[in-house]
Ligand binder design. Sequence first.
Ligand code: NAG
Ligand code: NAG
Ligand code: NAG
Length: 841
Amino acid sequence: MATFRLLLSLFIVNCITVIPAVNTEDPATALPAKSFQPFIPQDNYLFDCGSNSSTVLPGNRTFQPDNTTTEFLAYDGKDIQVSGGAEANANANVNASPIYRSAKVFATDATYTFPITAPGWHWIRLHFFALNATHYDLKTAKFTVETDKLVLLHQFELQNDTSVIMKEFLVNVTEERFPLKFKPKGTVAFVNAIEFVSAPNPLIGEYATLLFPVSQKFELSTHSFQTVYRLNVGGPEILTDQDSLQRIWHPDTPYLDPRQMGKNVAVSPAIISYPEVGGSPLIAPPLVYASALELADSKSVKPNFNITWRMDVNVHFWYLIRLHFCDIVSKSLNELYFNVYINDNIAISGLDLSALTRKLATAYYKDIVVNSTMVSSPLEIKISPVDDEAQGTRNAILNGVEVFKMNNSVGSLDGEFGVDGTRASDRTNGDRQTVAAVGFAMMFGSFVGLGAMAVKWRKRPQDWRRRSSFSSWLLPVHSGDATFTNPNRTPLGSRQSLFFSSTTEFGRYFSFSELQEATNNWETTKIIGIGGFGSVYLGLVDEKTKIAVKRGNPQSEQGFHEFQTEIQMLSKLRHRHLVSLIGYCDENNEMCLVYEYMSNGPLRDHLYGKNLPSLSWKQRLEICIGAARGLHYLHTGAAQGIIHRDVKSTNILLDEKFVAKMADFGLSKNASTAPEQNHVSTSVKGSFGYLDPEYFRKQQLTDKSDVYSFGVVLFEVLCARQAINPQLPRDQMNLAEWAMQWKRKGLLEKIIDPTLVGHINPESMRKFAEAAEKCLAEYGVDRPTMGDVLWNLEYALQLQEASAMGKTDEENKSFAAPNSPAVISPSTAPSNNPFSHLATE
Ligand SMILES: *[C@@H]1O[C@H](CO)[C@@H](O)[C@H](O)[C@H]1NC(C)=O
Ligand SMILES: *[C@@H]1O[C@H](CO)[C@@H](O)[C@H](O)[C@H]1NC(C)=O
Ligand SMILES: *[C@@H]1O[C@H](CO)[C@@H](O)[C@H](O)[C@H]1NC(C)=O
């Protein structure tokens, strides 16, 4: 086995790639809505206030009258019940819901108390409608509604609003008795109906993701929420009896701006399924997922095309935004791939529903917390296709969105005062200044997402390491027609569609003769790469599909079962930015691996040494972003904790559309395992010039070693020179050291690729170089995660694009003229140190 493993790890060079593979995962991981248990609330208090008899609403929900004689209501004042006659009936809304036909009016403080049988999340729904009462003008009522700890409504007024108003809250109740206090602040307080009902605890997950600092975890259980928007995107209104938790979902059209950007799509709700783990129709009913908005015209879309929803919010509060997605637009997996922005900050980068749900028409949601410094009104939610995507169709979807306001620091959901009168600290003012600064900067147009700059780069906990390790030496395997467990391993007829038909876990089985034919009997002119133990051939199968075939040493011995286990593991890795294996052959001591062909070869060839047309800065950024996504997926994605081990510009391959994919994963281990396993092997894998210095010191490989190597690649991309050039003087030989010297002097622009001069936005370059510098930190803990790097690169791209739109032409010009003599590149530099005159600090 050892021999074979070695063979394989050397085997993988540069070619190959991703086919829009059919997913081969266990189909039992997603279930239809009806296979989930319905929810029966343990606490279920429904009051039709001011009514003399009970009222039954659709869905068989009985609202009881709230007599002051019951244990639930404590009130010393006169019991005032009002009911609307003809006037109320004239109002269509009231007609629709009889609970609005009566109200309880309070002239002094009144308290409803609910005994709790099951602690946890509860809905509080308060219904108001200003009935025309003889002695009281409810339209001018003004009052506060509080619990023991929480202000729900502060000096609430209807302001002559004659429509029906429902306020919905979600609170985590821990007490045995839960009070709800109505406090008149003018003449009277009133309420038409109250719901106080248990909500399923999984409704609110333990954590959400912060919009900023990027993707940091945020604990939800201690917060209280008020629903401010709940939209069934692209679909009709969903009423209480169509939602198992009696929620109302409104159509999204009033918030869509401009409307023509999006197009409604809908499927039968019966086809929607939910992930068996962590999914449930209680999160949102199938009706929500069965409709969506997609890009109106995905073919003719311009760059930056997006669909935007705008919703007014109160900028003094934090918000929880729950986005619902379900791929009901794709014909097959891996077609859809898009970005989500909130207030112009990237909220979800490269959302790949296929990778997450592994099945079409499967529900997925994501919770994002936006803190008040990042909130502006209107709140903008955008979906936009990923530009660098060659594989999928350019599209983006959204199925539903919920926006919840979160209580502030003094426990209020309305206004700045807590129940005890304490005022939310001046921090709020500070927050607003930041927002003002952001707004100011945006006005001047340099870019989106400036808020980030005000805050220092944050380190994230290294908790990903909890995952167990495994070794892997290969590339992901995609679908195919044959399986290793088939004793005969007979290749299926190759007439069958090669890559799209599989239901098995492994790659397609190729017969040796098939590969022989595909490569013109291993013709030497077909060799596109040579590794230590074998060559890589360009081949053609099924008359049209280009493949890259690595043919191993025919003498090699290998344990078939171990090989199988490894491939199985690798089949779990599947990502657009990872080069992937599509099949294999082992026959008569011949061992071949088959990949799709990556026509533009390694990134390095496009940077230097090959005289290929120079890549634009935007292209370079997109390539780096793609590669970073691939690495981020290895580190944190489905399989978690995989370390590439050999990140370098020759292992970043480009397909015909210059989409970057990571190739040649190393023998990957995770640092959380026992100390003796911490170092992978005595044979150091990795390449000179890219190696993490800490890895040398500690013999310990972590994901941060990849981050270091990636930092070197970033400088390679910026400066267009080798990581190590032994021909240069000692102090210039090592790119990482050399670039860092110039970065520290603040003169990095002097050493950038001359072809970029005048075409690179200085802010974008600065952000990029900053990311590269962080990656090269001496100690792993000080380096960012790939997620952070990714975010910063996206940001650098946004800066570049903003400037490309002409806003910062002036800056471009003043930055460096195209033929500025101050620019020195290593290729033109004389070999004695030309920089000594600049080296004075
Ligand atoms: C409610 O809050 C308590 C105390 O903070 C916590 O222990 C509990 O887990 C929370 N419940 C839920 C369902 O989040
Ligand atoms: C969204 O589209 C608008 C108008 O087409 C454009 O100005 C804006 O830059 C786009 N935003 C993003 C984040 O792509
Ligand atoms: C909401 O209130 C809880 C205490 O009840 C507090 O811990 C939390 O920080 C508050 N939320 C915000 C966003 O300030």
